[in-house]
Design a binder for this molecule. Structure first.
Ligand code: 8DG
Length: 132
C-alpha cells in the first residue's frame, strides 16, 4: 500500500501581490518541478508550526502562516500526498536559497507559466481565479 504523507506549503505573498514559487532541485524528490515551499508535517506538530519551521530551515527567513487556502490529495507513483497550502506573510528577513535550484516572485496571472508539481495544480488554479 502506498504511504500517505502530510505536507504543508506556503503561499507567501509580498507587498506587490507576487507569490513565492520555488523550483525543486534535481536531487530532491519530485525533481525540477515548481512548488510552494514547505515540507512534511512531523508527528504531533500543528500545520502552522510545521510550515514556519520548514521555511526557516529551507529559506532562512521567518514567515507567519495564516489560513488554509487549499487542500489536495494527489496520488504519485510512489506515495500519496495530502497537500495543505496555507497563506503566509514574510515577517523577518528575505528568502535565501539552500535546497532549491531557484525561486521567483510571480503575479497570479503568470503562475501558469511554470511547470508545477502535479499536487499543486488546484492551488495554482484557485490563486489565478482569486480576487485581490
Ligand atoms: N514542500 C512542498 N512539497 C511538495 C509540494 N507539492 C508536492 O507535490 N510536494 C511533494 C514533494 C515531496 O515529495 C514532498 C515534500 O517533501 P519535502 O522534501 O519538501 O519535505 P521535507 O523537507 O519535510 O522532507 P525530507 O527532509 O524528509 O526530504 O511533497 C509543495 O507545494 N511543497
Amino acid at each position: 500500500m502506498k504511504k500517505t504523507v502530510k505536507v504543508v506549503a506556503a503561499i507567501i505573498e509580498n507587498e506587490n501581490e507576487e507569490i513565492l514559487c520555488a523550483l525543486r532541485s534535481p536531487e530532491m524528490s519530485i525533481p525540477n518541478m515548481w512548488e510552494f515551499p514547505g515540507g512534511k508535517v512531523e508527528e504531533g506538530e500543528d500545520l502552522h508550526t510545521a510550515l514556519e519551521r520548514e521555511i526557516t530551515e529551507e529559506f532562512s527567513c521567518t514567515i507567519k502562516a495564516s489560513e488554509v487556502f487549499k487542500k489536495n490529495v494527489h496520488e504519485y507513483e510512489k506515495f500519496i500526498i495530502n497537500l495543505i497550502a496555507l497563506k503566509a506573510k514574510l515577517i523577518e528577513g528575505e528568502p535565501t536559497l539552500s535546497e532549491h535550484s531557484k525561486f521567483v516572485w510571480l503575479k497570479r496571472e503568470n503562475l501558469k507559466s511554470l511547470v508545477w508539481a502535479p499536487a499543486d495544480i488546484p492551488a495554482v488554479e484557485q490563486l489565478v481565479k482569486e480576487e485581490v
